[in-house]
Write a protein that binds this ligand. Structure first.
Ligand code: SF4
Ligand code: SF4
Length: 529
């Protein structure tokens, strides 16, 4: 292959964290390299003019293939090229003292190895293997809480067909469990009406209550879904808005009740559990401050285990509003339980120290005891598996690229909004729902292309099941045959992470873009530096 011309971008913190002159010196000394140039902003018009008429293999050290790949493909024209991500992989995660430059040399060496071992031009290969995502303009929204309602509404207002499913027999989710919205203080019921009114009769959203997703398969124009009410739908996109729920805590119920003025009497103990989510602490603190305004004389205490780290802001705020923080568990424990029914008076006995006596003396306490436990994702493991979206240990669904594309999941046309990703305030949830609706509209209008996933040679496959077991996205499916088992690939769910390709014992799986030789050359290049 002809010698490679390397172009390094200085923008987006790259030149601040990486010693580009060192890179230039290193690569200029290699036999496969013809030249190394450092340019101000590789993606913009000036660079385009500079590269106009340049021929041969081009290696760019700049930003991410997934966000800027098409810009660099345009820049390269018909020349074979390779884009190495120096921004997120070096400049954004390292600095000069933690090896940004050394890592940049290794990554560029891998890019050089890939470019020089590639059999065919990438552009040609992309042209051969990409397929259009011609998605049906119909969306399934799972979950009719604030995020699901807001997203369904925003989609329908743009003329998109929407099917909204809710597993319970009531719409509204968290809005039904709180009186006001945190932190704006907007009335929850009014917000619910604003999101729901006219959804079915005017915007023609199909709403199924007491209905869940049972199965999902990829189809030519999106996904075929089977619902628990026996309905079957084909949709071009899916929005997961299943929210979160509180376990081992009762903050939401408490919130619901105390805002009903007059129901709250006596002092208030917030018992913070190990592993509490910071979002719950923040929300509870807001409640405590509101209560302080209503009950200036009442004692309000947070019992916080030593293992829970409190921010400076929390401590300062507590001091300012005369809210006590006692480190450790509630001495003597709780001997009563708070009634959760609005019509009953609060009656809870918590043994706790008298004010000013430290933790030695213990006294009876009539007031409210609020437990701050954990918040977990509300989507069942089975459903997450059906959607092929990995969950973390707290049941939240994985995000694709948090810094660049928050709220995306890994599959085209599947989006997650609101608390299903991570706990967040109501307003943020609703804003994200609107953003996702706009992204879906853009996805439908632009008809993007997508590379196919890993490919399985069924002749070679021995049906060991390894690929189906390791794939985080459920893309390979093991099917029974007359002679045993064979793996089949669902290409839409494959992200080309490479796990199954590397582990298949008989090398039956291949990457449609990178050959084994190319991958080996890249690994060697990383090790050699
Ligand atoms: S890992 Fe390879 S041999 Fe095993 S089932 Fe998958 S494709 Fe077949
Ligand atoms: S390459 Fe990764 S995402 Fe694709 S099928 Fe294999 S393990 Fe799954």
């Amino acid at each position: 292959m002809e010698k490679v011309k390397i172009f390094l971008c200085q923008g987006c913190e790259i030149s601040q964290k990486i010693d580009l002159e060192k890179l230039k010196k290193h690569f200029n000394s290699l036999a496969q390299v013809q030249s190394v140039e450092i340019l101000a902003q590789l993606g913009d018009g000036a660079a385009r003019e500079h590269l106009n008429g340049v021929e041969g293999a081009l290696l760019f050290g700049a930003c991410d293939e997934r966000t800027h790949g098409s810009i660099f493909a345009d820049l390269a024209g018909t020349n074979p090229h390779q884009l190495v991500n120096l921004r997120e992989r070096c400049a954004w995660v390292h600095d000069a003292d933690t090896g940004a430059t050394d890592k940049a040399i290794r990554l560029l060496s891998m890019g050089l190895a890939e470019l020089t071992t590639r059999n065919t031009h990438r552009n040609t290969q992309k042209h051969l293997t990409e397929w259009d995502l011609d998605l049906l303009h119909r969306v399934l929204v799972i979950g009719a809480g604030p995020a699901g309602l807001a997203c369904a509404r925003a989609l329908a207002e743009q003329g998109i067909d929407v099917v909204l499913i809710e597993k319970s027999n009531r719409l509204g989710g968290t809005l039904r469990r709180t009186r006001t919205v945190w932190p704006s203080g907007e009335d929850s019921e009014k917000l619910l009406h604003r999101l729901y009114d006219g959804l079915q009769d005017k915007l023609h959203v199909t709403v199924y209550q007491e209905t869940e997703l049972v199965n999902l398969e990829e189809s030519l124009h999106g996904y075929e879904v089977k619902l628990s009410n026996d309905a079957e739908e084909e949709v071009g996109a899916i929005v997961v808005a299943t929210g979160m729920r509180e376990v081992s805590g009762n903050l939401f119920e408490f919130e619901y009740r105390w805002r009903d003025r007059g129901k709250f009497r006596g002092p208030l103990a917030f018992e913070v559990k190990e592993g509490v989510h910071p979002f719950l602490l923040e929300t509870a603190f807001w409640d405590a401050v509101m209560l302080r305004h209503e009950k200036p004389e009442e004692r309000i205490v947070f019992f916080v285990p030593e293992s829970v780290v409190l921010s400076e802001g929390f401590k300062e705020g507590a001091e300012k509003h005369n809210i006590e923080i006692i480190r450790g568990s509630i001495p003597g424990g709780v001997t009563g339980v708070m009634s959760l029914r609005p019509e009953r008076k609060l009656r809870v006995i918590v043994k706790m120290p008298r004010r000013g006596t430290g933790v030695t003396g213990v006294t009876g306490w009539k007031g409210a005891h609020v437990k701050l436990g954990k918040l977990v994702g509300n989507l069942s493991e089975n459903l997450a598996q059906a959607l092929r979206i990995p969950q973390d240990t707290n049941g939240y669904l994985a995000q694709r690229r948090y810094r660049i594309r928050p709220r995306d999941v890994v599959h085209p046309g599947i989006f997650v909004v609101g608390g299903a990703h991570t706990p967040m305030p109501m307003e943020e949830t609703i804003n994200h729902a609107f953003v996702v609706a706009a992204r879906i509209k853009a996805l439908f209008d632009t008809k993007p292309k997508r590379l196919p996933g890993a490919q399985i040679d069924e002749e070679v496959c021995i049906g060991c099941g390894y690929c189906a077991a390791v794939c985080p996205y459920g893309a390979p499916i093991l099917e029974r045959t007359d002679t045993g088992h064979k793996a089949r690939m669902s290409p839409r769910f494959c992200t080309l992470c490479g796990l199954c390709i590397a582990g298949c014992p008989v090398f039956a799986i291949s990457d449609p873009v990178k050959s084994r030789e190319s991958i080996k050359a890249q690994i060697d290049a990383w090790g050699k530096v």
